[in-house]
Design a binder for this molecule. Structure first.
Ligand code: HEM
Length: 497
């Protein structure tokens, strides 16, 4: 492919000015928030069953949005009894209201990282980890400042270390595909994503620690009980009641995974000494820093990549060979011009960048965001205003907010060039990091501390892939909180650099 046909689309996009839905509109009618919580206990169980079994996630929200003719309504959110004290929330489904969750003067983000319930601090050494702290708590500032500084100090290692792990990832994928008709991408992705993040923060391979070669499986054992109340394993109808009782009704006690967690702690505390030594200057004791570093590496980063890497291949795979050759052309041409895969080179890869943002828009890896109203406030959808009382729980279902037809044309369609040219301004409606993509994480907000690293990792994954391969085919299916991707074919680069 000699020219990027997407560039002609780019010129059309230049003329399309991004819509603006951000200002408070005085003239919108004030309405009562529709919806109901039903009878105590029974209403919450009914909503939980609708969410997991009777309707499923998207249909749960779509049905209520249609029934109430509103993108803002009341509902219970799972897991509910007996895990969550109070399952009642106000649901936000549009791009106009959703950003209230980023406004730290309006919402409190204390202990809401997992939603209406909080896993025991027994999973994290007895500490309330950074992700569970509100910016008004002094510890939040100290810990976030510490990790932003750690990330800045690792900047030069981001690309080379990732490329090292990706080389192994692709080698394994290729070798398995040479002997099998199809290969499950997820376990390979998990192995090398963990290898990368551990190496980045601990300076060595997890294989060279007490974790040995199954490091990521040990981490999975610790992760699962914390997130399992939020998922269904997709069991047959006859087993739904059993599943609901086992994973949605009572929390899984942390002692069951204590020995695994102790092993993880040992690996981090003996390997990440350089980073842990820096904690003191931020007023944080080494033990607390280590538990936080484990959460940041294993939950925030590795947990996020378990969803993001397969999701990238799902959407790029579905888009087909035309997009593949456009990406390969852009990536190879610019890498050659710039003398390699550098920050500067990647910055020039406009299609690659847009593809990553489009994946993050169409399928945000963390779909749920929560916050308690700090004061009485007014929330606006595109067409009405609603009063919310202090203390009420506000919940945003992000996949609907970032597929809002009032903001994005053809919102359900994967449009690789959606954020090229002037349309880049629409990045303000991309919310995956718990903040607008046009704003930055700080010690005073709750935006993902690894925002830039995540976007970089996704870009480097595509860059390295299309330096090596011309095209590929895969299938995808829903799997726990994300996607399972099965590779069917890989075509090696005919003119790679
Ligand atoms: C695909 C990967 C990732 C995704 C999808 C993701 C997503 C998110 C989201 C949605 C939140 C906000 C949750 C909330 O409060 O509602 C968050 C918070 C956070 N993330 Fe990420 N993240 C990823 C990777 C990372 C990485 C690489 C790091 C750092 C190395 C990181 C560090 C954090 C921290 C520290 C917070 C809490 C921020 C605060 O308390 O102010 N995350 N992340």
């Amino acid at each position: 492919m000699s020219s990027l046909s997407s560039y002609s689309i780019l010129s059309q996009l230049e003329e399309q000015s991004p819509s603006d839905h951000d200002t408070f509109k005085e003239d919108l009618p004030l309405k009562e928030i529709p919806g109901s919580y039903g009878l105590p206990f029974i209403g919450a169980i009914k909503d939980r069953w609708d969410f997991y079994y009777n309707q499923g996630r998207d249909e749960f929200f779509r049905a209520r949005m249609t029934q109430y003719n509103s993108t803002i309504f009341r509902s219970n959110m799972p897991p509910g009894p007996f895990m969550a004290k109070d399952p009642k929330v106000i649901v936000l489904l549009d791009a106009a209201s959703f950003p209230v969750l980023f406004d730290m003067t309006k919402v409190e983000k204390k202990d809401v990282f997992d939603g209406t319930y909080m896993p025991s601090t027994g999973f994290t050494g007895g500490y309330r980890i950074l992700s569970f702290l509100d910016p008004s708590e002094p510890k939040h500032k100290a810990l976030k400042g510490y990790f932003l500084s750690v990330l800045a100090s690792k900047h030069d290692n981001f690309i080379p270390l990732l490329r090292k792990s990706l080389t192994e990832l692709f080698k394994t994928l290729e070798s398995q595909l040479s002997s099998k008709k199809e290969v499950n991408f997820n376990p390979i992705s998990d192995t090398y994503a963990f290898e990368y993040v551990f190496n980045l923060f601990c300076g060595k391979s997890p294989k060279d620690t007490v974790l040995g070669s199954g490091g990521n499986t040990t981490v999975d054992t610790w992760l699962v009980p914390q997130v399992v109340p939020l998922i269904t394993l997709g069991v047959p109808k006859l087993l739904q009641l059993v599943e609901d009782l086992l994973i949605h009704t009572f929390p899984i006690p942390p002692f069951l995974v204590k020995s695994k967690y102790n092993k993880i702690y040992q690996a981090f505390s003996t390997s990440a000494t350089e980073i842990l030594d820096q904690a003191k200057s931020f007023g944080i004791e080494k033990d607390e820093a280590c538990h936080n570093l484990i959460f940041l590496t294993c939950f925030n980063t590795y947990g996020g990549l378990k969803v993001l890497f397969p999701s990238l291949f799902k959407w790029v795979g579905r888009a087909g060979p035309t997009l593949h050759s456009q990406l390969a052309h852009e990536i190879r041409t610019i890498a050659k011009q710039e003398g390699g895969v550098t920050f500067a080179a990647i910055e020039k890869m406009v299609l690659t960048k847009s593809v990553v943002y489009e994946v993050l828009r169409i399928e945000p890896p963390v779909p749920f965001q929560y916050g308690h109203a700090k004061t009485d406030l007014v929330i606006q959808s595109h067409d009405a205003s609603f009063k919310v009382k202090k203390g009420e729980m506000i919940f945003g279902y992000q996949p609907f907010a970032t597929k809002d037809a009032k903001v994005f044309e053809d919102p359900e369609k994967f449009v690789p060039y959606r954020f090229m040219g002037k349309a880049e301004e629409n990045l303000k409606y991309v919310f995956w990091s718990n903040g607008r993509e046009t704003e930055d994480p700080t010690v005073d907000n709750k935006q993902c501390a690894g925002r830039d690293l995540v976007v970089l990792m996704a870009r480097v994954l595509l860059v390295d892939f299309f330096l090596k391969y011309d095209t590929f085919t895969c299938s995808d299916e829903v799997f726990l909180v994300g996607t399972k991707v099965t590779f069917k074919s890989l075509t090696k680069a005919s003119n790679g650099v």
